[in-house]
Design a protein around this ligand. Sequence first.
Ligand code: GLY
Ligand code: MN
Ligand code: MN
Length: 423
Amino acid sequence: MRKQTGGGIASVPTAPEAIRNADTHYPYRPDSHFYYLCGFPEPEAVVVLIAGAAESDSKQILFCRDKNPEREIWDGFRYGPDATREIFGFDETYPITQLSAKLADWTCDQRAIYTPLGLYPAWDNATAATLNEVRSRVRTGIAAPETVIDVRAPLAAMRLFKDKRELELLRRAALISSSAHRRAMRETRPGWYEYQVEAELMHEFLRSGAQAVAYPSIVASGPNACVLHYRDNNRQAQASDLLLIDAGCEVDGYASDITRTFPVGGKFSGEQKAIYELVLAAQLACIDAVQPGRMFHDYHEVAERVLAQGLIDLKLCEGTLEGVLESGAYKQFYMHRAGHWLGLDVHDVGLYRIDGESRPLEPGMVLTVEPGCYIRPADKVPEEFWDIGVRIEDDVLVTAAGNENLTGSTPKTVADIEAACAR
Ligand code: GLY
Ligand code: MN
Ligand code: MN
């Protein structure tokens, strides 16, 4: 029987364009895995990596759209295969129209296919078609791969550790988002609608060179601050409200994710300040727990302990610390996790547990630290606490020595926030 001699073939397509309505598309965003591998920005492209028997036989190939003078008059520049090979440094490039024929040829005698499975239905069909084409040639003496592996798992493991270039982009995104939050603190006035604040954030993102938001900005005043993924951004903010802003831009594909909470009128009330200081204490303790060798899960437990004790001290929870942690009574006010990986995706890829156990933090990982506390009228607590929603979120790099807060230039103490809101 003929043996599979190839070391494997990986094919990773970029994202399809998405229709918004009629003939209008959403702004195009490449697939994160594809972009990680090659940085090519156009739709209708597939990167193919072939592992030869020897490393020198390995190849990096890109399929992309041909040049098209007619379409370029309407829609703008396309690289085309020749310029793509020069500029992006591929070994070979081809028009996307040649993909299925070449992929079938190259898949013959390969041990395994590495490709995303279940991500894009049209691509799943293309993968099945490639396999069937190769199988149909078995009588000519070639062998078909016996294994198809979801390439997203190995890519996720690689993407979890950020290299120097990725950290540069994450830092740029973090700095721009930080200045956008400062702008929001400076400009917001009582009586402004939440969308007016959103416009200030967007203004700062785009004028500073970010291409997009990393996720829809959450601009949540008063009771809306207690809605974790609030979307409407259409309420008029009152002087007595807190305003919770969870917003971050994207720079060359890399996300930032910052939350700050500030008083619309410029000064915290006593109760607002008490909750704010509690969340801040939890957040600072969490950042301290981001250390190489500590478990990912540790900082979530730190957040739970600090918040639970604070809620007891403020008489918002009853009982002992261990009792409140055991019963989960604090979850009425803090119901999400303390953070997530950050990278090309705001909720970035990478396993949180290995063999069922929380994984240790290692240098090069980037994560958010974002405890919060949310008090609703239904929570049966004194009225002065109602509609106080506070979350504080920074983006933190694990380093060999400890950690580096990439978003540390965003005002965070009560004094710094009130100063940033002063006019
Ligand atoms: N902005 C989404 C999150 O904080 O997870
Ligand atoms: Mn986050
Ligand atoms: Mn966030």
